[in-house]
Ligand binder design. Structure first.
Ligand code: PMP
Length: 405
């Protein structure tokens, strides 16, 4: 493909420009960019695209709190009081009262001594690994971890042993084969974000203890969804305090944006003085912090959001089972529809779209080869009427693509 002769063009740029051009051409073949099409408006679980209302089936607003008027008001009030942004890192221009207040609340909620919040879950999860593991250490990683954790592992320069997804036997073999004297870290997710699987913590934690592994658990999708008052996966299994670091995101059940790392006081102090992601990146904004803090209060006081989420999830999964769709054994409100190839995923996704259901497709290498899927997520906001419309649309897509029963 000929490139335009731009004045700044040099042969050194050519490979990089070509990479962008190839990617762009692929998206044009799909007629539009499937991931960045513009949502013109949103009200709860209804979004407007191209002037048409659709049901949002891809958001991680599990408890539906991002549209709660009390949460929205808290964000507005925080901006009135503190301005729009902290405009820098806490190491550069200070921690604000709203950071400390949220950290204390999160630490208490999770039964930990201390907590640190970042402006994204990605930074929290990446730093939970990168700040602690070092060259020469051994990191044991579930092979289906989120990209933020892989980036943390890469940055740490530690050696990595991948074990089969959620498989204690494979982890045990890897631990037994490892040098006994190496410093070891185990990295897990509480709920695996694509698969919706709950981590087999009761079997994995004793292995970590027996082999003296420092354990990091990303509970982005378990927090708010599992455990008493939404305390997450460790609480669900009665294993709070047996995991060294629990990190996660404020952008899912708490309806905000940002992330957290919760651990002992010593571990958090070390993070604050050793993590580049923590020291050199702008802090959580006032609105983000106030939204998360108010949503956390509601999550504790009002169990009805989680009850509704689980009632919706049970209904939705039963409906998908009846259609014979493969949901990868999901156990949570994050429900993949595995179709196995992009030739099936694309028309299925298009059929849902035709019927007014907004979803996003995930194609290898974002998911393992042969597991191309549409990741859907249920929210407490979905109404019975919306679930019925989703069922009709799924039945239509199943028929159109010739999958399922
Ligand atoms: N960990 C997991 C498992 C996630 O799914 C995500 C978000 N997709 C993150 C970390 C990053 O969180 P955030 O979007 O808040 O940056």
């Amino acid at each position: 493909m000929a490139l335009p002769s731009l004045p700044f063009f040099s042969k050194h740029k050519k490979p990089l420009l070509n990479r962008c051009r190839d990617d762009h051409a692929t998206k044009m073949r799909l007629k539009y960019d499937p991931y960045y099409h513009v949502i013109e408006e949103q009200r709860g679980s209804t979004v407007r695209l191209d002037g048409r209302d659709m049901i949002m089936l891809a958001s991680n607003d599990y408890l539906g709190l991002s549209f709660d008027p009390r949460v929205v008001e808290a964000g507005q009030a925080a901006m009135q009081r503190w301005g729009a942004s902290p405009t820098g890192a806490r190491s550069a221009n200070g921690s604000r009262a709203y950071h400390i207040e949220l950290e204390e609340k999160l630490a208490a909620h999770l039964g930990r001594e201390a907590c640190h919040v970042h402006s994204s879950g990605y930074l929290s999860c990446m730093s939970s690994v990168a700040a602690f593991a070092q060259k020469g250490d051994l990191v044991f990683a579930d092979k289906n971890l989120h990209s933020s954790l892989w980036d943390g592992i890469r940055l740490s320069m530690a050696s990595v042993e991948r074990f089969a997804h959620n498989n204690p036997t494979d982890l045990r073999d890897a631990l037994e084969a490892a040098a006994p004297d190496a410093a070891k870290m185990l990295v897990l997710e509480g709920v695996y974000s694509m698969e919706g699987h709950i981590c087999r913590l009761p079997e994995l934690v004793p292995l970590a203890e027996a082999h003296h592994c420092f354990t990091v658990l990303d509970d982005a999708h378990g927090f708010g969804v599992l455990g008493k008052d939404g305390r997450g996966t460790p609480n669900h299994f009665g294993l709070e305090g047996q995991i060294d670091i629990v990190c996660g995101s404020l952008s899912k059940s708490l309806g905000s944006t940002g992330g957290f790392v919760a651990a002992s006081r010593e571990v958090i102090d070390f993070l604050r003085t050793n993590s580049k992601q923590t020291i050199f990146s702008a802090a959580l904004s006032p609105a983000q912090a106030a939204i998360a803090s108010t949503a956390l209060d509601l999550m504790q006081r009002e169990p009805e959001h989680r009850e509704r989420l689980w009632a919706n999830t049970r209904k939705y999964r039963a409906m998908l089972d009846e259609l014979g769709l493969d949901t990868w054994g999901s156990e949570t409100p994050a429900v993949p529809i595995v179709l196995g190839s992009k030739e099936r995923v694309y028309p299925f996704w298009q059929a849902l779209r035709e019927k007014g259901i907004f979803t996003i497709m995930s194609i290898a290498p974002a998911v393992p080869a042969g597991k191309d899927l549409i990741r859907t997520a249920i929210s407490a906001l979905h109404t019975d009427e919306q679930l019925e419309r989703i069922a009709e649309a799924m039945a239509y897509a199943v028929k159109k693509v010739g999958v399922g029963r």
